[in-house]
Design a protein around this ligand. Structure first.
Ligand code: A2P
Length: 296
């Protein structure tokens, strides 16, 4: 997996195709998608244009997607994966992740504004009875057996669920993708992932567009001294941990700049200063997204 990855969460549908093409043009080869981002058909249009009839170009890409909460039943996982492949206009994913460790009632496919969440008459999220994460993992394993994806993994899984997953997995999870940045470094979670042989991917490495790491004085002073941007410092910090990182942008110059962070070298002193910024600050609070503290 190329460690410096490009993310499309919150990329508006009409800007996504050009953003992905720009990312590919400047050198990104790891593209992170998800059905619930509701822009997989736009990403797919970019892939189709980039790959055209040159299969070698597909082989150079590392493409991730994620099964949404409403598709956790075993058969729905496979159906959701097939929908994603159709939307992305590819034959096989490199990595398919369980997006969140929560099963919600199936609302139909594809995932749209009308199908991404179901609520009961009280306005609470509709959870189905009887769908466990083990059942969901069996669906993920079936995706591998059917050749729909090379590898499978999880996202937003805390330590306890990872340890449980290790007990029932017949195909081991390759990756745990979670929010991580200098304000929320996930040191313990990362070290558990490493000890059980899972790669760690950091999303929201720039703070997800919220007030936070990008505005930090220490980060900006360091960036100024090196003549680079704050975003490049944040990405370089993530990469130095050995994790892969995902930065989203729909701005062509920023996309180029973020990819160029692959070459930024931080000194031990820089890392020490950046590590000291940790403050357990999440920028992705699920209460903001669906009113339930599923990250807690
Ligand atoms: P935009 O898409 O307009 O460039 P994250 O990857 O943590 O989710 O952060 C994405 C947010 O950071 C978006 O709001 C994105 O805006 C912004 N962003 C991405 N790259 C840069 C950059 N190099 N400098 C400043 N802001 C950036």
């Amino acid at each position: 997996m190329p460690l410096n990855g490009f993310g499309v969460w919150k990329a508006e549908s009409h800007k996504t195709k050009q953003a992905v093409l720009q990312a590919l043009k400047v050198g990104y080869r790891h593209i992170d998608c998800a059905a619930v981002y509701m822009n997989e058909t736009d990403v797919g249009d970019a892939f189709a244009e980039w790959i055209k009839h040159d299969a070698a170009k597909r082989e150079q890409l590392f493409i991730t997607s994620k099964v949404w909460n409403t598709c956790h039943a075993r058969g729905d996982v496979v159906a959701a994966c097939r929908q994603t492949l159709k939307d992305l206009q590819i034959e096989q994913l490199d990595l398919y992740l369980v997006h969140h460790p929560f099963a919600w009632t199936f609302q139909g496919l594809p995932i749209t504004e009308d199908t991404w969440i179901g609520r009961n008459e009280k306005g609470e999220i509709a959870y189905p009875a009887g769908i466990t994460l083990e059942e969901t993992w069996r669906g993920m394993e079936e995706c591998v057996k059917l050749g729909l994806t090379k590898d499978i993994g999880v996202s937003n899984y805390p330590v306890a669920l990872l340890m449980d997953l290790k007990q029932y997995a017949r195909i081991l999870p390759a990756v745990n993708q979670c929010e991580a940045h200098v304000y929320f470094s996930r040191k313990e979670l990362r070290s558990v992932c490493e000890s059980i042989g899972m790669h760690f991917t950091m999303y929201s490495i720039l703070g997800s567009g919220k007030q936070g790491p990008l505005q930090d004085d220490v980060v900006n002073k360091m960036a100024g001294e090196k003549g680079i941007s704050a975003a490049q410092i944040l990405i370089a910090w993530g990469l130095h941990t050995g994790s892969s990182v995902l930065a989203k942008s729909v701005n062509p110059e920023r996309i180029q700049q973020n990819f160029a962070a692959t070459e930024v070298k931080l000194t031990a002193k820089d890392v020490e200063k950046l590590d000291a910024l940790g403050r357990e600050m999440r920028t992705c609070n699920m209460v903001d997204y669906w009113g339930f503290p599923s990250h807690a």
